[in-house]
Design a protein around this ligand. Structure first.
Ligand SMILES: Nc1nc2c(ncn2[C@@H]2O[C@H](COP(=O)(O)OP(=O)(O)OP(=O)(O)O)[C@@H](O)[C@H]2O)c(=O)[nH]1
Ligand SMILES: [Mg+2]
Length: 294
């Protein structure tokens, strides 16, 4: 049975409504990939469960490149990274979106400390071909390399750039549907379906939006589905598409955390709180040691 070159799904020419459909089994791509590539269409599908993906990655015992971006990096994702038992590296893609005043070498060190990693992460930009050297050196040491990480982190884009392949990429979630094994020169490269972390993921990243706000008890600050009150100044690092509004409201918020030199993790970014402050919210939020300041 042949598989789609774009997303890895098994090709079939029987059921138009089912995944893998193509008119002719001689085609290299399924209809879903064809429509994504040529018409930028989204077709939502049921995805492979995260635990199943991690189990398969660990079973393959291959050097693993775990891809994320700065706004998606959070404790939930890092727990998946840590559950990979293969030799591995954390690659932070889309570094073209990071504001120039944030120095990558500081971020690398701070991320290692904040998430208690064994080694420094590696910043790259697949889209802009930036900082591939270190990654290429790591790849060259291994005959087989597997790319994994959250959906939309840019795994397939990165493989296309590094190995001149034609995997399907898109701004939508769950583009790659199954593991894909590609032989290229002396290497075996594996792409994998993306891990699904949250419904609110925004993949279309331009420059990170940096917004400074003062929290208060009278005004509710809304960032996506998160509402905030409290005291002190905060700096928000957000996706360019994320909306931020402020509204006078008497209603109190139930959750509360005390922050000092912490980041509060959001679905598409984070909030840096430098000075000691109380942050109240409508949903339970997670704080970490900041990745911003030294
Ligand atoms: N700004 C920016 N966008 C990128 C970069 N790399 C990839 N992207 C974009 O991220 C989106 C997702 O890319 P994909 O390569 O399809 O992501 P994936 O990790 O393979 O996603 P799944 O197959 O769903 O797991 C696309 O819109 C890419 O253009 C990058 O370095 N910078
Ligand atoms: Mg992909």
């Amino acid at each position: 049975m042949s598989k789609c070159f774009g997303c890895g799904i098994t090709l079939q020419n029987i059921d138009k409504e089912e995944l893998g459909y193509t008119k002719s089994l001689d085609n290299k791509y399924c209809e879903r990939c064809f429509r994504t590539i040529h018409y930028n269409e989204e077709k939502k599908v049921n995805v492979m469960n995260n635990d199943k993906i991690i189990k398969k990655i660990n079973k393959l015992k291959i050097y693993t490149i775990f891809v994320t971006d700065l706004l998606s990096l959070n404790s939930k994702l890092i727990n998946y990274f840590k559950s990979i038992t293969n030799d591995k590296i954390l690659v932070i893609n889309k570094c073209d979106i990071i504001p120039d005043n944030l120095k990558l070498e500081h971020l690398e060190e701070n991320i290692k400390n904040s998430f208690d990693l064994d080694c420094l992460p590696c910043f790259i930009s697949a889209k802009k071909d930036m900082y591939f050297d270190k990654l290429i050196k790591l790849i060259e040491k291994n005959e087989k390399v597997l790319f994994c990480g959250e959906t939309g982190s840019g795994k397939s884009t990165l493989i296309n750039k590094l190995f001149d392949t034609n995997l399907t990429t898109s701004k939508y979630q769950n583009t790659t549907l199954d593991f894909i094994k590609i032989k290229k020169d002396n290497y075996y490269i594996y792409d994998s379906p993306g891990l699904f972390i949250n419904d609110n993921k925004l993949n279309d990243l331009e420059k990170i939006k940096v917004i400074t706000k003062k929290l208060s008890e009278e005004f509710t600050l809304s960032i996506g589905n998160v509402k905030l009150k409290g005291n002190g100044n905060i700096t928000c690092f957000l996706n360019n598409l994320e909306s931020v509004t402020s509204k006078k409201e008497d209603k109190s918020l139930d959750e509360e955390i005390c922050c000092e030199n912490n980041d509060i993790e959001l679905d598409n970014g984070f909030i840096f709180v430098k000075n000691k402050s109380i942050v109240k919210s409508n949903i339970k939020l997670n704080k970490r040691k900041t990745i911003i300041s030294k």
